[in-house]
Design a protein around this ligand. Structure first.
Ligand code: R5P
Length: 283
């Protein structure tokens, strides 16, 4: 087995290869003069290839499709740690595409299995024309938080969709978990129903699958400080951090903000490599 990856998933890919005790094969990336993407896998591949690439933006999406095509002579397992477009998982308005379905179908050609990580909505997995496995980093986030030494933290999901995720994380440290009720007003703005928590003098850790604009977290943070929280922290799987969200959230009083390496960031504090390597051994 060998591992190949797109440009933006290099660190995670090498971690996965190390966990599996196999080689990560170099790929050369370039652009044609008109901006089109080019790549060439630089080494020979085995019969079994693991292709690792998060869909962090449109270029990463195209690069991943090119890489799958370049590996098409072998048995390919695709690892998409972060699947961009997953949040448009239904037609919210007439005339809209189901973008998650488009992405899943486009990435299914030439692969036998697909591994995703906290895919946002489990139903999306059925759009892959391949055997799909979705992994959760809840235990890994719980382990990370245990190492932070918070005394009696509240683990809080910003919406009901993340409530089970928060409960799973909290169970790692026998902590309390709860969730907020969120209504999205626009891409960047959300409304939250005030909920009375017992947060006076307590540390609160908000957990979510994705932090994108940070609108969700900023609104929750304000509400928690208004209710007397001693500190608000945040941990997510996919740190998208669109449009300066990291700085915005730190300025809003979020004391620490971490994510996994499904999107490689300076604040990637825990890795998805172990879970992915475990799953690959079972594929
Ligand atoms: C939505 O359902 C997701 O789980 C996240 O809560 C959302 O993507 C966060 O987005 P933002 O950071 O832009 O508020």
């Amino acid at each position: 087995m060998k591992v190949v990856c797109t440009e933006k998933s290099q660190i995670l890919a090498v971690r996965i290869a190390d966990q599996l005790g196999v080689q990560a094969v170099e790929t050369r990336f370039a652009r044609f003069p008109d901006g089109e993407l080019y790549l060439q896998v630089a080494g020979p591949l085995d019969d079994e290839t693991v292709i690792v690439g998060s869909v962090t933006d449109n270029d990463a999406f195209i690069q991943l499709m090119l890489l799958i095509d370049a590996c098409e002579a072998t048995t390919n397992t695709l690892v998409v740690p972060y699947l961009g477009y997953a949040r448009q998982d239904k037609k919210f308005k007439d005339g809209e595409p189901v973008s998650a379905r488009v992405a899943a179908r486009a990435l299914s050609r030439g692969v036998s299995d697909v591994i995703t990580v906290n895919i946002h909505e489990k139903e999306i997995a059925r759009y892959f024309d391949a055997v799909a496995h979705d992994l959760s980093l809840a235990v890994d986030i719980g382990d990370y938080l245990k190492g932070q030494g918070f005394a009696d933290p509240l683990i809080l999901a910003p919406d009901s969709g993340a409530a089970d995720f928060a409960t799973e994380i909290a169970s790692e440290g026998c902590w309390q978990a709860d969730y907020l009720k969120k209504t999205r007003i626009s891409g960047e703005e959300v409304r939250m129903e005030p909920k009375n928590f017992d947060v006076k003098g307590r540390e609160v850790v908000i957990v979510d699958d994705i932090i994108s604009t940070g609108g969700t977290l900023a609104t929750a943070t304000k509400m928690l400080y208004d209710q007397g929280a001693a500190g608000v922290h945040a941990a997510c799987v996919h740190g998208v951090f669109t449009g300066g969200a990291y700085v915005r959230l730190r300025a809003a009083g979020v004391k620490s903000l971490v994510c996994s390496d499904t999107i490689e960031r300076a604040c990637s504090a825990f890795t998805a490599a172990n879970r992915i390597a475990e799953a690959l051994k079972k594929c």
